[in-house]
Design a protein around this ligand. Structure first.
Ligand code: PGA
Length: 292
């Protein structure tokens, strides 16, 4: 398939995603010509990242990496990454070296080095072949009590180390029920990205992960995901500029699988997925990648 063919398919997907050809209202409420919408979404290549969490063994990590490497070879219209547990990052990175699959970590500490028993720095992760790092995942925020201020410190060091940060935000079920989704995500956004320059902001990826949808099998509807992503893009516009907002990729995360991915990924402001459970099986993860 030529690049032109791929672009044609992508354009077709976007046409379908928009639901109609004309008169679409952009995320800021302004009517956007179709060509502009297409170029914006096309400019943001989707990123499908697998968050392996605290799963697998060394042997099964390597097997999964080998399987994905083979199955995903030749795919260039989507960025792909896997985030193994930190102890498996280096061997998995060695398997995936030279492939189209990047490797990320699931966390990094907010100091450069020193007496911080049990912690791993962003510089160390870069050193062993990491390209991405997930920061502020809801499991870290809610189980380990990580604050947005800590996420902010981690983010600065990740950027300084040359890692691509995937910063997670998302509301709890009770917060959604209380109509506080935007308020909560806005607070997490403000804290996590405090004093981050526009140049650095453009290097960041945001993952919107409603906590009630993580690992529960209860996925947000494509409309709920799109609505939250639009709000996040508005926050970036307000804090930075429209240009920065258009450059930043916003992934959706929360029970994404090979059955529901297509509809979610087709939404104009959804720029990929952060996948937990369904990233642990080659077939399921490839199903998501192929529906992008
Ligand atoms: P899930 O996890 O796909 O298993 O819901 C997503 C995540 O926590 O990143």
């Amino acid at each position: 398939m030529t690049k032109c063919d791929k672009n044609a398919i992508l354009i077709f997907k976007n046409y379908k995603a928009l639901g109609c050809f004309f008169g679409y209202t952009g995320y800021n409420g302004i009517e956007v010509p179709l060509t502009t919408q297409l170029s914006e979404k096309m400019a943001r290549q989707l990123l499908i990242a697998g968050n392996w969490k605290m799963n697998l063994t060394l042997a099964s990590s390597l097997e999964l990496a080998e399987g994905l490497k083979k199955a995903a070879s030749g795919i260039s219209n989507v960025d792909i990454a896997v985030c193994p547990p930190s102890v498996y990052v280096q061997p998995v990175a060695a398997v995936l070296k030279g492939s189209n699959i990047g490797v990320g970590a699931q966390n990094a500490y907010y100091e450069i080095e020193g007496a911080y028993t049990g912690e791993v720095s962003a510089g160390m992760l870069k050193d062993i072949g990491c390209q991405y790092v997930i920061l502020g995942h809801s499991e870290r925020r809610n189980i380990m009590g990580e604050s947005s201020e800590q996420v902010n410190l981690k983010l600065r060091l990740a950027l300084a180390a040359g890692l691509i940060p995937i910063v997670c935000v998302g509301e709890l079920l009770k917060e959604r029920k209380a109509n506080k989704t935007v308020e909560v995500v806005c607070r997490q956004f403000d804290g996590s990205f405090s004093s981050i320059s526009a140049e650095d902001m453009k290097k960041c990826i945001i993952a919107y992960e409603p906590v009630w949808a993580i690992g529960t099998g209860e996925v947000a509807t494509p409309e709920q995901a799109e609505e939250a992503h639009v709000e996040i893009r508005k926050m970036i516009t307000k804090n930075y500029s429209k240009e920065v907002a258009e450059a930043v990729r916003i992934q959706y995360g929360g029970s994404v699988n090979d059955k529901n991915a297509k509809e979610i990924l087709a939404k104009p402001n959804v720029d990929g997925a952060l996948v937990g459970g369904a990233s642990l099986k080659v077939e399921q993860f490839m199903g998501i990648i192929k529906s992008a």
